[in-house]
Design a binder for this molecule. Structure first.
Ligand code: PGA
Length: 235
């Protein structure tokens, strides 16, 4: 399984280090063999001495080695820390920061060519969910346009926009139905994200075709996130 923490615009450099060191100790102690990923803000990227199954990734980067892209980081800044994992297509980048499918696909191609592990996010807004499952699947598939879905280091996170940071989780039936339909086209492991918390981690991880979770808000507390890692380890 894959248990991932997305800090978004939370945590400092100091608190990220303390969090990751505590989490690493926990992963060692529980003997977890699941893949655990942490995406801190780019100001907190660093080199960490970690268990093989605990990895730090970047939440976003510009698809360039280096250059003149004010406010962005590129490959050179990531490689300083030997990081090889990136989140691409998160709904906040698409819907809040206006990243187009074309831009998302360019990022994907660039980091795929560098052999990065890519956690690629898709998910429909509320009005599409209200139209029914066919519209949901069409919307999610459109977010795969221009993406090599057979890339071996691809992980897909299905995160309905209306469930992100809202406290509203999709029902288990909605998650199961959506993942089953996505799985017809996708070989990559599928994660669910959207208001995952300690209390619902187990039931979500038990849904068929669900191979992990991408957690925002509830992951910012290292003890809560560690509990989720432990829940996964026991399944
Ligand atoms: P959330 O965020 O857990 O706060 O809903 C999930 C995500 O954005 O990846």
């Amino acid at each position: 399984m894959i248990i991932a923490a997305n800090f978004k615009t939370n945590h400092t450099r100091a608190s990220t280090r303390a969090y990751i060191e505590k989490l690493n100790t926990f992963v060692t102690k529980t003997n977890s063999s699941d893949s655990v990923l942490v995406f801190p803000p780019s100001s907190a990227l660093d080199s960490f001495d970690l268990e093989d199954n605990l990895e730090v990734g970047v939440q976003n980067a510009y698809p360039v080695e280096k250059g003149s892209f004010t406010g962005e980081i590129g490959l050179e800044q990531i490689e300083e820390f030997n990081l090889q994992t990136i989140l691409i297509g998160h709904s906040e980048r698409r819907h809040v920061l206006g990243e187009s499918q074309d831009e998302v696909a360019k990022k994907y191609d660039f980091f795929k060519a560098k052999n990065f592990k890519i956690v690629y996010c898709i998910g429909e807004p509320k009005e599409v969910r209200e139209e029914g499952i066919e519209a949901v699947i069409a919307y999610n598939f459109a977010q795969l346009e221009g993406i090599d879905i057979d890339y071996e280091n691809l992980i897909i996170a299905y995160e309905p926009v209306w469930a992100i940071g809202t406290g509203l989780t999709a029902t288990n039936e909605q998650i199961e139905e959506t993942l089953a339909l996505l799985k017809q086209k996708l070989k990559a492991p599928l994660l669910y994200g959207g208001s995952v918390k300690v209390a619902n981690t187990k039931e979500i991880l038990e849904i068929p075709n669900c191979e992990g979770v991408l957690v925002g808000t509830a992951s910012w507390d290292v003890d809560a996130f560690s509990e989720m890692v432990e829940i996964a380890a026991k399944l």
